[in-house]
Design a protein around this ligand. Structure first.
Ligand SMILES: Nc1ncnc2c1ncn2[C@@H]1O[C@H](COP(=O)(O)OP(=O)(O)OP(=O)(O)O)[C@@H](O)[C@H]1O
Ligand SMILES: [Mg+2]
Length: 366
């Protein structure tokens, strides 16, 4: 179900402002049949489940219930048009704001599995749904900053200054062009030296947590913070694990998909015991899934056996649009919002938001 109105969307590559969450949900005049007599409207209202008129109260199961099979009143052209308008409105009604800010670290020490792609596109999808989102780029490659169109010239303040110099995050965070409510703390090449510079410092693993806590307590707050990690389990990733409540592991549906995940799980466990008791692996996302191959299917089965219901139902398929978007300094949601890639990340963001943080996280001390 899309958050984005097809009628109002720009063409691929468009760089205008991204206004995806608001809209009337109207069905176009050409496609609407002659309005039904008013006496049919109460009947239609009665046929809809409780809360259906108020899109923000419409939950996923509610939407499934609205169908001609569940209500005889809905089996007419006007009713079908109204039903589709209600569904459309519900899809764009935004997502629930978490009771406490959720901090997700996107980690997998295997390279090129879709960490950065997942971080920036989930972030854009949450922002599009009306939430305030901060992306923290912890990879010296700076791919998340680039994909969000945020300047990462060496002498600009960056996550290096936050981690090594103790600079407040608010002096580093920048707005992402074209995506309201989305901000980014960029990474510059300096960050490559941060691991070495931090060694020997007291509380070297806790620098990001300190900065995020101060930032969250100030005026500049967020609903979701997404921490994009480099492909390693060094101090940068440990800083992210110490600052987060949840770990999201993207897994590429390829050979050796689970290679390294055991080491990541061991690191998570070590950080949980020593530094951050509420940390947990909450979410696994299958990426670059190619449904034509038996291999992708086998990998998906194996991952679901291993991680159970922590694996999102949404699977991100291979998509040319997803791969192209970063070279334009864009997320796939702004680059081609109608593409299957954009839809997959909208669905994944919705799934994560609707199922909420785990009980452990809710009881946590953030
Ligand atoms: N669903 C997808 N379909 C097609 N290409 C994709 C998809 N997801 C990611 N890619 C491409 O795969 C490459 C690796 O993705 P990405 O940079 O997100 O991985 P990463 O895990 O962050 O890599 P690194 O470990 O180097 O940080 C990129 O070129 C990206 O555009
Ligand atoms: Mg990356």
């Amino acid at each position: 179900m899309s958050n984005v109105s097809r009628e109002t969307l720009p063409a691929p590559g468009h760089r205008g402002r991204f206004v995806a969450t608001q809209g009337s949900g109207n069905v176009s005049r050409e496609t609407l049949p002659t309005p039904a007599p008013p006496r049919t409207l109460p009947a239609l209202a009665a046929a809809l489940p409780p809360g259906a008129g108020s899109a923000d109260r419409l939950t996923a199961p509610d939407r499934r219930e609205i169908s001609p099979e569940t209500s005889p009143y809905l089996d007419s052209p006007i009713a079908r048009a109204a039903m589709s308008a209600v569904r459309d409105r519900a899809a764009r009604a935004g997502l629930p704001r978490p009771r406490r800010p959720r901090v997700l670290v996107v980690a997998n020490q295997k390279g090129g599995v879709g960490k950065t792609t997942t971080a920036v596109n989930l972030a854009a999808a949450w922002a599009a749904a009306g939430l305030r989102v901060l992306v923290v780029d912890l990879d010296p490659q700076g791919n998340a900053s680039t994909a969000l169109g945020v300047d990462r010239t060496v002498d600009l303040p960056s996550t290096y200054d936050v981690l090594v110099e103790g600079r407040p995050l608010r002096e580093v965070v920048r707005s992402v062009p074209d995506v309201p409510r989305l901000t980014c703390a960029p990474a510059t090449m300096d960050l490559a030296g941060a691991e070495i510079e931090l060694v020997g410092r007291p509380e070297r693993e806790l620098q990001l947590r300190r900065a995020l806590t101060a930032y969250g307590d100030g005026e500049a707050s967020y609903d979701y913070a997404v921490l994009d990690c480099p492909p390693s389990l060094g101090l940068l990733t440990v800083n992210a694990l110490s600052a987060a409540g949840e770990v999201l592991i993207p897994i590429q549906c390829e050979y050796y998909a689970l290679e390294g995940v055991t080491a990541l799980a061991a690191s998570v466990e070590r950080v949980r015991r020593a530094l951050n008791p509420r940390l947990e692996i909450s979410t696994v996302l299958l990426t670059m899934y190619d449904g034509r191959t038996r291999l992708a299917e086998q990998v998906a089965e194996e991952v679901r056996r291993h991680f159970g219901d922590r694996v999102l139902r949404t699977v991100v398929g291979r998509s040319v649009r997803i791969a192209e978007a970063p070279s334009y300094g864009q997320t796939v949601l702004t680059y081609d919002p109608r593409s299957r890639g954009a839809q997959a990340y909208i669905d994944a963001a919705r799934e994560i938001a609707l199922r909420g943080p785990s009980a452990t996280f809710e009881e946590g001390d953030r």
